[in-house]
Write a protein that binds this ligand. Structure first.
Ligand SMILES: Cc1cc2nc3c(=O)[nH]c(=O)nc-3n(C[C@H](O)[C@H](O)[C@H](O)COP(=O)(O)OP(=O)(O)OC[C@H]3O[C@@H](n4cnc5c(N)ncnc54)[C@H](O)[C@@H]3O)c2cc1C
Length: 302
């Protein structure tokens, strides 16, 4: 790498968490480069909920307003592109981007989010974040009392059914193959009038992500308005791992109370470091990281 451009902080990820960190740093007069590839996890969701002052707004409008406010701070610079590599240097760190440029800083903040791997069922990805939902606190109110499916099995299926029963009692658990529920778990679901369907799912029928029904491999179908499921995920950016940052057993970047990772000088905030997956929490973590990094720089340079 050629170390050609130097900042106080390089921020990888310029969505909610990254922008919040950048605002705190900009207000502390620190020079920051935000490197962002423009791929936030909620891009397909029409409306975002449960974030004060922005409830029900399109996610990209919330981000656009945030960016506009961060742009007021003269020491914050934006770079659109993908960070592809990172190394430790005498000065701190260097980050390379896909177009070949290299940027340098004494501190790194990763606000790079996670990448969902939704269940591989035809039609499901097109409904993700619209009528196939990951979180009732984000979208449950909008489909309260509707006939709703739960895609899960065993302990996870019971846990999901228990949680979602707060928003609707019209629930069906789709195990998509043989049930792995214990007898006690099955009885518990039956006591709450939750149907259990073991048939394998062929596809989701929908119009522009608005779900109509589930079609089973035996060609029968069942109308449903929404489905909750849990997706697998991986870190969207692998550079923290390349630089030696530890992950938790669940796959999140391990951080301390100041958002610092297990590698000194590297911080993480937002979805990549927590299972509390909300815009509000991403912003809170970003603000904390920005303040912690700026304070560290102030004290180091005094
Ligand atoms: C479908 C869906 C719906 C949701 N709905 C809601 C809701 O209604 N309300 C709510 O509060 N929360 C909701 N959430 C959760 C919320 O979207 C996340 O908690 C929030 O987006 C996390 O912000 P973040 O900044 O950590 O990550 P993200 O918003 O995912 O942004 C990560 C950013 O990092 C960038 N990036 C990653 N790697 C690199 C790299 N190598 N180089 C450059 N840039 C990189 C990406 O391009 C992206 O812009 C939803 C999530 C999903 C998946």
């Amino acid at each position: 790498m050629n170390d050609d451009k130097i900042f106080d902080v390089l921020l990888i990820g310029g969505s909610y968490s990254g922008l919040a960190a950048a605002m705190a740093l900009g207000r502390a007069l620190k020079s920051v480069l935000i490197i962002d590839s423009g791929n936030p996890c909620n891009w397909q969701t029409p409306y975002s909920h449960n974030f004060l002052t922005q409830d029900g707004q399109p996610p990209n409008q919330i981000a656009a307003l945030a960016k506009q406010q961060v742009q007021h701070y003269a020491t914050v610079t934006f770079f659109t592109g993908l960070a592809t590599n990172g190394i430790k240097t005498d000065y701190g760190f260097a980050i390379q981007v896909a177009s070949g440029e290299t940027f340098r800083a004494s501190k790194l903040i990763f606000a790079s989010g996670i990448q969902d791997h939704t269940p591989p069922i035809d039609g499901l990805a097109a409904c993700w974040g619209i009528t196939v939902l990951h979180c009732p606190y984000c979208h449950g109110y909008e489909v309260r009392n509707e006939p709703t499916g739960l895609l899960g099995n065993g302990e996870d299926g019971l846990e999901l059914a228990t949680l979602i029963s707060n928003w609707t009692t019209r629930l069906t658990l789709f195990t998509n193959g043989k049930s792995t529920l214990t007898a006690d778990q099955t009885t518990k679901l039956q006591q709450h009038a939750i149907n259990i369907i073991e048939k394998e799912i062929e596809r989701l029928e929908h119009t522009d992500g608005q779900l109509h029904s589930l079609v089973f491999k035996d060609t029968t179908k069942l109308p449903v308005k929404a489905i909750y499921t849990r997706s697998r995920f991986e870190q969207q950016c692998k550079i923290p791992e390349l630089l030696g940052c530890e992950l938790t057993n669940d796959g999140y970047i391990r951080i301390d109370a100041a958002q610092e990772t297990t590698i000194s000088g590297i911080y993480a905030c937002g979805d990549n470091a927590t299972r509390i997956r909300t815009v509000a929490n991403a912003v809170a973590m970003g603000t904390t990281a920005g303040m912690a990094v700026s304070k560290k720089l102030i004290f180091e340079n005094f």
